[in-house]
Design a protein around this ligand. Structure first.
Ligand SMILES: *Cc1c(COP(=O)(O)O)cnc(C)c1O
Length: 421
């Protein structure tokens, strides 16, 4: 029985590709993240095929999952990177993504980060404000470099997604209101060390409907035409990321072909190179967080499955009210009961789900939290002095640890007691 393209039950045991998750858990203590390399590859190739008729660069949004193995896998397939910090530029370069395929997004690029990006000759800065433009111009001039820029415009559309991942409304901190952007382009063109090359937009994340994209891209098309008539040489349109995935088995997010067709319909006539910045829709469904049930606790009104993964490992349920499928790794029981699935962290918010019907479960059983490939391990912390969950990558019939679990010494020794204490 298939649950995700590369995850299925064989002999009642969850397998990722050909590897039994129970077998991995025998050698790697839970909790751990497990990713399917083939799932990531397929999602990337789906984008590539969907956009094959258009001049397109796929810049994977590194923040979704920045493990070196995942970046190297995508680099080998020809992917570029969308980064939001110097740290992410370093990760992308180290994994083999060439600088001329790196776009630098984010609202708070600091001087040191701009210097680093310019010295590495990245493809483009996605500029989010006038003061940022001024600073990039000053630094580029000093370094005798030219910074190629797009300005992130805010089209003021409602993305119909969770409030914490909406970015394209005028009340959000991101981008420059499209009505004001024309004068900012004029300002950019007047600056030394700046080459205006494109327009950028990113309206939010986990969009399960194409309509907000359609509205946004229509506005971007109209605006690009205006910029061209103003004499700007616009050769790139960066449409951002944001395509959703099916966290819930009943969700049907648009496929990549429909998305690419929409991009072509709205923007194709402008003859620009298209940059797409998908994150979640490349890695999201590739990952499972594997955890062990520590206790089954019967409260007065509820039953709790207390598992050894917590909100420090996966914060999405408590931060975004996110839904994740939770499945037994060994599916031997068809009887179901209702459980609250909670973690060990001393916070009421450390809850993965409430009142979910799951197969009857006992202490010691393994459970898998699905669709954890994006915004999972990258958002983890060591809150409660818990050791970060290791990461494992599976391909065909083999697996490797791609990030080991730190030791207690590793994290405790990061602290220093001042000698004057
Ligand atoms: C987060 C982000 C992305 C990726 O979003 P997904 O929803 O993961 O596809 C792309 N571009 C920018 C500017 C972002 O901030």
């Amino acid at each position: 029985m298939k649950i995700q393209p590369h995850i299925s039950y064989k002999d009642n045991t969850m397998h990722m590709e050909q590897v039994s998750i129970t077998a991995i858990a025998k050698v790697i203590p839970t909790p751990f993240y497990c990713y399917s390399a083939s799932a990531i590859k397929d999602c990337y190739l789906d984008y590539k095929n969907a956009f094959s008729q258009q001049d397109t660069l796929i810049c994977y949004a590194v923040k979704a999952n920045s493990n070196q193995a995942i970046l190297a896998l995508l680099a080998n397939l020809g992917a570029g990177a969308d980064v939001v910090s110097e740290g992410e530029i370093r990760r992308a370069l180290k994994a083999g993504i060439s600088a001329d395929k790196i776009v630098f997004s984010g609202v708070a690029k600091k001087e040191s980060e701009i210097i680093f990006a310019l010295n590495n000759n990245i493809l483009q800065f996605n500029v989010e404000s006038e003061p940022e433009l001024t600073l990039i111009s000053e630094i580029a001039s000093k370094l005798n470099k030219v910074a190629a820029i797009s300005i992130r415009v805010n089209p003021n559309v409602c993305a119909n997604t969770h409030a914490k991942i909406t970015t394209g409304k005028s009340e959000n901190k991101f981008g420059i209101p499209i009505a004001k952007a024309r004068e900012v382009y004029k300002y950019a063109a007047s600056l030394s060390g700046i080459k205006v090359q494109g327009v950028d937009v990113h309206i939010g994340s986990q969009l399960t409907d194409l309509q907000p994209f359609e509205q946004a891209f229509a506005k971007v098309a109209e605006f690009t035409t205006l910029l061209k008539s103003d004499g700007h040489d616009i050769s790139v349109i960066d449409v951002g990321g944001g395509l959703g995935i099916d966290y819930d088995e009943n969700e049907t997010p648009p496929n990549k072909d429909a998305y690419a067709a929409l991009v072509n319909k709205q923007l194709g006539h402008l003859n620009c190179k298209i940059i797409v910045e998908p994150g979640r829709s490349i890695v999201g469904n590739s990952g499972v967080l594997v955890s062990t049930v520590v206790y089954v606790k019967k409260g007065e009104e509820r039953q709790f499955l207390i598992i050894d993964a917590g909100m420090n490992d996966l914060i999405r349920p408590s931060m975004y009210d996110a839904y994740h499928q939770i499945k037994p790794i060994n599916h031997t029981n068809d009887k179901t009961e209702c459980y609250d699935v909670v973690g060990p962290v001393c916070e009421t918010g450390d809850t993965f789900t409430k009142n979910r019907a799951l197969p009857t479960t006992q202490a010691g059983d393994l459970v898998g939290i699905l669709s954890c490939g994006a915004y999972g391990s990258v958002m983890a912390s060591s809150y409660n002095t818990r050791l970060a969950a290791p990461e494992v990558m599976v391909q065909d019939d083999h697996f490797s640890v791609i990030r080991a679990r730190p030791t207690y010494d590793d994290i405790i020794n990061q602290d220093t007691i001042p000698e004057w204490l």
